[in-house]
Design a protein around this ligand. Structure first.
Ligand SMILES: *[C@@H]1O[C@H](CO)[C@@H](O)[C@H](O)[C@H]1NC(C)=O
Ligand SMILES: *[C@@H]1O[C@H](CO)[C@@H](O)[C@H](O)[C@H]1NC(C)=O
Ligand SMILES: *[C@@H]1O[C@H](CO)[C@@H](O)[C@H](O)[C@H]1NC(C)=O
Ligand SMILES: *[C@@H]1O[C@H](CO)[C@@H](O)[C@H](O)[C@H]1NC(C)=O
Ligand SMILES: *[C@@H]1O[C@H](CO)[C@@H](O)[C@H](O)[C@H]1NC(C)=O
Ligand SMILES: *[C@@H]1O[C@H](CO)[C@@H](O)[C@H](O)[C@H]1NC(C)=O
Ligand SMILES: *[C@@H]1O[C@H](CO)[C@@H](O)[C@H](O)[C@H]1NC(C)=O
Ligand SMILES: *[C@@H]1O[C@H](CO)[C@@H](O)[C@H](O)[C@H]1NC(C)=O
Ligand SMILES: *[C@@H]1O[C@H](CO)[C@@H](O)[C@H](O)[C@H]1NC(C)=O
Ligand SMILES: *[C@@H]1O[C@H](CO)[C@@H](O)[C@H](O)[C@H]1NC(C)=O
Length: 663
């Protein structure tokens, strides 16, 4: 039933907006159709009849059956003071970021530099409030032919031409105002950006975006990707390079680009500039590229090494390329630790290679499946657990960052999706499962940039990681991939810090605090909860968490020097082992509440007023109220919070969608 309003809203808006969102390329295929709202749609019948945008597809899969025998119900984890063997290198709190397809940038970020999407600001601010900054890449296949032009006639900042190539990627034109827009977002949310140099035309390369990007974005600019999945350039049906285009040809292209940059006096910063090779690793292996000597040959010009990876593709169903995969058939393959173990394996050597060359190693674009993901899978709670396990695994294997792709209306996997019109109205964004993963990952790593991750998994259906900061274990991350309402697959992790036979004094905390990420089933496509709070279901979000925060306090056994945490099937539990580690990430997310509006009104607000107004609402104290509490006095915690919650509701009502920045 919940999707009926969705369908009618789509029916109302779809005709208006088709042109704006139609982009054809593998990672972001758009299907627009008409919704027959006269039908009464339920369950799979609804999914079968649904022809609207992928982002709101009502398909719900079946959760895989519980394992026989059940997962081990008691698992013991021994931690040590000072550190453990095998910890990753330190990773930054902003490890999990976003990759936004360039063609949908204006739709997601804002209409122009003075009309920012407030929900997007809130979504970025949530991460920034927890870890200090956010990493976002604007690019993808559509960057390869994108052309920076001084202005566009009708005041738009991005516009698409007509597709004239086999995979149907239309050329893109954009104005410097996109870069001003990004810079304005940075000044409000400390978002740091990656862009891309168009790589299809090499004679010469169009390096305008580097010149303008450096001038306009300054230190908010991280780097430029040079080549997006170059190992696919010559793979039929693509013809962006001649057949046989290989790693040595790519190296030669990069050499030409570096020469051109070095000769361009308008490019002020020439070092630490480029991200290479961003291969899909389905045609060339990373080693094929490293073995050319490319990294040594242009080392000074390189900011980072990168790869892109999706575990599957849905190109069969979306583009008619290859076999059509039924998402139900592969759902279980995402719901096991083996998924991330096997997916990371081809990159283990490469992360060591990057470290040896003193370069960051980025997962520049990833998500559940390329060609837009799978209905019912990419938008499920299972996808949230998969993305979180995958993020921890990459951190553990010494990746430096991982960017989750946003494809727009036509994708099933979006961490967040703006409403399908050029008008953002009250609470009309859709926050998907993978955004919850990035938020939980931010909290797991915290703001110190010193977090080191270790995989302590004992059972593939129940991954376990520990996070150390400066020699102290500060968090445990506990997964349960099983769906089993009977309770037979709930499990308990008992952990100890030191003590026992370790030869160290017992250092288990006397109590810990736990935040759970939950939904009723791995197949749920909504009703996600992060410590009791939610972004709502389709079309319900303004980018801020709603509801009462519910953080469990667990008292440990100080006599035995142990602590026991329950992880129900399915869920993810983030266990804060120190009070400070929870306080570090407990913040007000009420970042951009403004003033009263209705769906049709446009209200202009000076953002400097916005920034200050948070303090005026008194939410800075919320940090204290959520950090202390216990399951036994959850009621009193709720009462203590109710004052803030009442205020939250008021502020939530007085929300507006458009900001005017001083110009
Ligand atoms: C909508 O569906 C009903 C029932 O299947 C059908 O009779 C009707 O023709 C459809 N309308 C349109 C506009 O497709
Ligand atoms: C990650 O880096 C750390 C620190 O350099 C190292 O000890 C560890 O072995 C590396 N892990 C892997 C899987 O390469
Ligand atoms: C942004 O768009 C609005 C509405 O179309 C317009 O009034 C404003 O001047 C534009 N701002 C810039 C910087 O172009
Ligand atoms: C002007 O705006 C229309 C409607 O948004 C769009 O289709 C068209 O491509 C734009 N033209 C240019 C040159 O940007
Ligand atoms: C936003 O962008 C405009 C350029 O269009 C610039 O003049 C203005 O100062 C920016 N505002 C902020 C807060 O960065
Ligand atoms: C996990 O993956 C490995 C391959 O890396 C495979 O051999 C093994 O059978 C898988 N285990 C399960 C339970 O799927
Ligand atoms: C990784 O490196 C080891 C040792 O150099 C080598 O044996 C192995 O084949 C490499 N793995 C890949 C995937 O290239
Ligand atoms: C949406 O875009 C169309 C085409 O550019 C324009 O005519 C319309 O006024 C816009 N609507 C709003 C609310 O901005
Ligand atoms: C963590 O890294 C980010 C990004 O480089 C930086 O902005 C921030 O200041 C760092 N925080 C600390 C505590 O070092
Ligand atoms: C959310 O939960 C309600 C109440 O159980 C249910 O009716 C609704 O279908 C759920 N929505 C989704 C998207 O799972």
């Amino acid at each position: 039933m919940h999707f009926l309003p969705v369908l009618s809203l789509l029916a109302a808006t779809i005709g208006l907006t088709t042109a704006q969102y139609t982009v054809y390329q593998p990672h972001q295929q758009v299907i627009f159709g008409n919704v027959n709202s006269t039908q009464s749609l339920t369950g799979t019948a609804a999914a079968a009849l649904y022809t609207g945008a992928a982002a709101y597809d009502p398909t719900v899969l079946q959760a895989p059956p519980p394992p026989v025998p059940p997962v081990p119900t008691n698992q013991f984890i021994q931690l040590y003071s000072g550190g453990m063997n095998g910890l990753s290198a330190p990773v930054k709190g902003n490890f999990a970021g976003f990759s936004i397809e360039m063609s949908v940038a204006a739709h997601v970020l804002g209409k122009n530099s003075s009309l920012l999407q407030v929900s997007f600001l809130n979504l970025m601010a949530n991460i920034k409030d927890r870890v200090g900054s956010v990493q976002v890449r604007i690019g993808g296949n559509t960057q390869e032919t994108a052309q920076l032009v001084p202005y566009l006639p009708n005041g738009t900042i991005i516009s698409k031409g007509v597709a004239n190539n086999p995979i149907g990627t239309p050329p893109l034109v954009f104005t410097p105002d996109l870069l001003y827009l990004m810079n304005n977002i940075s000044s409000l949310t400390n978002t740091r950006w990656y862009l891309g140099v168009p790589f299809f035309n090499t004679t010469p390369f169009d390096d305008t975006i580097i010149v303008q990007g450096q001038q306009i974005l300054g230190s908010n600019l991280l780097a430029f990707q040079a080549g997006n999945e170059p190992d696919l350039y010559a793979k039929p049906p693509r013809t962006n390079r001649p057949l046989g285009y290989g790693p040595l040809n790519y190296m030669s292209d990069i050499g030409m680009l570096v020469n051109q940059i070095n000769q361009n006096n308008w490019i002020t910063q020439k070092n630490n500039l480029l991200v290479i090779p961003s291969i899909s690793a389905t045609v060339w292996t990373p080693e094929d590229v490293w073995n050319t000597g490319i990294v040594g040959s242009v080392s000074n010009s390189l900011y980072a090494l990168a790869v892109e990876r999706y575990p599957n593709d849905n190109c069969g169903a979306r583009l008619g390329l290859g076999v059509t995969i039924n998402p139900q058939d592969i759902f279980a393959s995402y719901l096991t630790h083996n998924a991330s173990v096997n997916l990371v394996a081809p990159y283990v050597n490469s992360s060591q290679f990057a470290m040896a060359n003193n370069k960051p190693f980025l997962m520049f674009e990833t998500n559940t499946a390329s060609c837009s993901g799978f209905p019912g899978l990419s938008d499920s709670f299972g996808a949230a657990l998969w993305a979180l396990d995958w993020s921890f695994m990459m951190a553990y294997q010494n990746f430096t960052a991982a960017l989750f792709h946003v494809g727009g209306q036509g994708a099933y996997y979006n961490p967040f999706t703006p409403p399908p019109t050029n008008q953002s109205t009250f609470r009309q964004w859709t926050v998907g499962p993978i955004y919850y993963s990035t938020l939980a990952m931010a909290e797991a790593l915290g703001p110190s940039n010193a977090s080191r991750v270790l995989d302590l998994t004992q059972n593939l259906l129940t991954p376990i990681y520990v996070v150390y900061e400066n020699g102290t274990p500060t968090k445990l991350a506990l997964f349960n991939f099983v769906t089993d309402p009977s309770g037979a697959n709930d499990y308990t992790v008992t952990f100890a810090v030191g003590g026992g036979t370790t030869g160290q004094p017992g250092a288990t905390p006397s109590s810990v605090q736990v935040k759970y990420l939950t939904a009723s089933s791995v197949s749920s496509t909504g009703n996600f909860s992060w410590a009791g709070q939610t972004f709502g279901n389709n079309f319900e979000s303004d980018g801020r968490l709603q509801g009462t925060s519910n953080i469990q306090t667990v008292n440990c056994n100080t006599q035995a020097n142990t602590c026991s945490i329950k992880v129900s099937a399915p869920s993810f539990a983030l266990v804060f082992l120190t009070t400070a580690s929870l306080q570090d990430v407990s913040t007000s997310t009420l970042t951009f509440p403004t003033t009263v509006t209705t769906a049709r009104n446009t209200v202009y607000i000076n953002p400097s007023v916005l920034a200050n107004s948070n303090g005026d609402y008194g939410f800075q104290n919320k940090k204290g109220t959520t950090s202390i509490g216990s399951s036994s006095d959850a009621r009193s915690l709720r009462q203590a919070l109710s004052g803030s919650i009442a205020l939250i509701s008021i502020v939530a009502i007085v929300f507006t969608f458009l900001n005017r920045l001083p110009s």
